[in-house]
Design a protein around this ligand. Structure first.
Ligand SMILES: [Zn+2]
Ligand SMILES: [Zn+2]
Length: 392
């Protein structure tokens, strides 16, 4: 019996009789973080980090929740479970599972750069590591957060010179909180969409210190927003809600913005490649730091990353999960871009290298479009309707 099995409901520990981030309702779920692909409603009991609990209450409604601190051990049928910082969003945790000298670590989503909010990613030694691979291509190579923040501030200043409002598109849980500190110095007031507001208030109530924001209300006069900053989820793009900020500039904050074509597709005026996931180098460093002899690769570019690890002599295999590509990638337009990039990666391997970014932009073959069509269908609207559907 394997310590963790891959079942149609999710990752299952038969000895401890619990699931990790199950995508169907189960009796006992251990949750890595509150993004909707990883935390679904309907299970009987949830175990999660102390700061994930209020977010689950907000998003899933009343359920039975047990909250723990990082490093605190919980035992189920002799299986030792503990949660450790994953650095992805507030409360996000890797799950360490130990039974009779065997250790597995399930990463959930993770980021290796410390953002000052989400906890510093903790490398954990284990025999088997299950990693995400959202940005598991060599073209994803993040700039330091401070550099991205200063380009965001410069962009706001440029908009202010032109009398424009700066609207940042960022998902409501994670990215929105992360960009607050840099933007609160750039404008007098930060206005937020209702979806961002709900998460913000939940976190403030849970004791997290965040810069103040003002919720956009229907009766606010339009000239209030002139030169100010607005943060909204992607569901607000091109909506009537957005038009009240005219004249405006739209800046998208997402790792996908590293590839220039994605900005064009999104109709954005500016793209900031700020991600809450590890880049290619971060993934490889995190994997290596575990010392794991086996690596399972889930949601993202799992084929590319697992092939690469095998070539480097680390046993690796893809695992099909239903996590989607997270909020940062769970949009049809982005799924399309992802499929193109994966296709271009194949082309690149055949060509044997060159200008990776150019390949990613121009490698869109017919097959990529077909793949994109089906991926887009799967990814379509999985998140937006539920958690970012607040019309304000
Ligand atoms: Zn996530
Ligand atoms: Zn994820």
């Amino acid at each position: 019996m394997s310590l963790i099995e891959f079942t149609d409901k999710g990752l299952y520990c038969p000895q401890g009789e619990f699931y990790i981030d199950p995508w169907r309702p189960v009796a006992r779920a251990v949750i890595t973080h509150a993004h909707s692909y990883h935390a679904r409603a309907g299970s009987d009991h949830y175990l999660c980090h102390r700061l994930t609990k209020p977010l689950l209450e907000l998003r899933l409604g009343p359920h039975s929740f047990q909250a723990v601190e990082w490093g605190e051990a919980v035992f189920l049928n002799g299986v030792r479970i503990s949660l450790h910082p994953a650095g992805h969003i507030i409360g996000s945790s890797q799950i360490r599972i130990e039974y009779k000298d065997e250790v597995w670590v399930i990463s959930g989503d993770y980021k290796t750069e410390d953002d000052g909010l989400s906890g510093k990613f903790e490398p954990i030694r284990c025999h088997t590591f299950l990693t995400e691979s959202t940005f598991g291509l060599p073209i994803y190579n993040w700039k330091p957060q401070a550099d991205i923040f200063s380009s965001m501030q410069n962009w706001v200043a440029g908009n202010q010179d032109r009398g424009k409002t700066s609207v940042f598109i960022a998902y409501s849980l994670g990215k929105a909180q992360r960009i607050l500190s840099c933007l609160s110095d750039a404008a007098d007031t930060i206005y937020v969409h209702g979806a961002v507001w709900n998460v913000h208030q939940t976190l403030v109530d849970a004791g997290i210190k965040l810069p103040p924001v003002v919720r956009v209300l229907p009766d606010m006069p339009r000239d209030l927003f002139r030169g100010q900053v607005v943060i909204a989820p992607s569901s607000a793009e091109d909506s009537a809600w957005m038009r009240r900020f005219t004249p405006l500039g739209v800046g998208v904050c997402s790792g996908w913005m590293q590839v220039r074509g994605n900005m064009r597709r999104r109709n954005a005026d500016a793209g900031f490649a700020l991600s809450d996931h590890a880049d290619w180098k971060g993934l490889l460093e995190a994997i290596s730091a575990t010392g794991a002899e086996r690596v399972f690769v889930t949601h993202g570019f799992q084929a590319t990353l697992s092939r690469y690890l095998n070539e480097k002599g680390i046993w690796a295999a893809e695992v099909k999960t239903e996590y989607g590509e997270d909020e940062e990638g769970g949009e049809p337009v982005v799924a399309e871009a992802a499929a193109e990039e994966e296709a271009s990666m194949e082309a690149r391997t055949e060509k044997g290298i060159a200008d990776e970014e150019a390949a990613a932009e121009e490698g869109a073959a017919n097959t990529a479009e077909e793949a994109a069509a089906s991926t887009a269908e799967e990814a379509g609207g999985a998140d937006d309707g539920k958690e970012e559907g607040d019309a304000l």
